[in-house]
Design a binder for this molecule. Structure first.
Ligand code: F3S
Length: 284
């Protein structure tokens, strides 16, 4: 079977960098405990594999405070300044795998809030990346996820401030929310900090889905970006399959099928993508 594998399938640059750092730590560990602050990626298979290799997941600040030795790895989403301070004061060593694009937002927020500007983060309330970003403000900071929230915040601003965005926020929605602020008299800074890795993956998946007879989307069922890829591909190709691993692949394809497309969500490891690709090439 002929296969088109999306170039952007799987880990983005920041996630790959973070996962690589965890495996480097495992190799170099001389028996001391390794922790990640939150699951390193949204993928059950990878988190289970890491657990087997002795990497535990720290869920919150309280758990972090209870540790007295080992290495803490900060994932690509980043964390608040306070988390770094807790680690510094403890006996723990820190491996910072915050994606450089997220780190840039932390620096903007810290700098702008020191200049007295209120910070507005356009992003999803409660998302770990957003929580990390707000934790770098040294003054007022607000999160706007919806039009209503943007209106309420804009009504209480005196026209200046600094707007940034969550890296994975939808660009059109970002523009709409910024427009609401502007209509209400906001004339402060607007920094578009959206990362285009997600959008590129979606555009490529959609393009491949229009060219092939069947499409396979690989990723965790709970990963929202994988579900989105599945939705995009299903609209363009009726024979679209959503699988977590090769074991889920039970395709019944029409005899005329000649070309299969494959893409994968941002937290799907390369070995799973390779395995599926090889299987499809040989067995169909
Ligand atoms: Fe990935 Fe970093 Fe962009 S984690 S989605 S490359 S902001």
């Amino acid at each position: 079977m002929e296969v088109i594998l999306a170039k952007s399938a799987g880990f983005c640059f920041g996630v790959k960098r973070a996962v690589d750092k965890v495996y480097e730590q495992i190799e170099g560990a001389s028996g001391h405990p390794i922790y990640t602050y939150g699951p390193i990626i949204h993928n059950e298979e990878v988190v289970k594999d890491l657990e087997k290799r002795g990497v535990s997941v720290i869920r919150d600040e309280q758990q972090l405070r209870s540790l007295d030795q080992g290495t803490i790895i900060i994932r690509s989403h980043g964390v608040s300044k306070q988390i770094y301070q807790i680690i510094e004061k403890s006996n723990l060593s820190c491996v910072d795998a915050t994606c450089p694009f997220v780190k840039r937002i932390h620096k903007i927020v810290e700098r702008e809030s020191r200049l007295g500007r209120p910070i507005i983060v356009i992003g999803n309330q409660g998302h770990p990346e957003v929580e990390g970003i707000t934790g770098w403000a040294e003054g007022p900071v607000m999160v706007a996820e919806s039009e209503t929230e943007a209106e309420v915040i804009a009504n209480n601003l005196s026209g200046f401030g600094c707007i940034v965005s969550q890296t994975t926020f939808n660009y059109n929605k970002f523009k709409d929310l910024v427009e609401i602020f502007k209509k209400k008299g906001y004339n402060g800074n607007v920094v578009n900090t959206i990362c285009n890795a997600t959008e590129e993956r979606q555009i490529e998946a959609g393009r491949i889905a229009t060219e092939v007879d069947a499409m396979i989307v690989i990723g965790d069922r709970h990963s929202s970006n994988t579900c989105k890829l599945f939705e995009i591909c299903s609209k363009k190709c009726a024979d679209t399959y959503f699988i977590q691993t090769l074991e889920d692949l039970h395709m019944e394809l029409p005899i005329t099928t000649a070309l299969i497309g494959i893409t994968a969500g941002a937290s799907t490891p390369n070995n799973i993508i390779e395995e599926v690709q090889n299987y499809v090439r040989i067995n169909f």
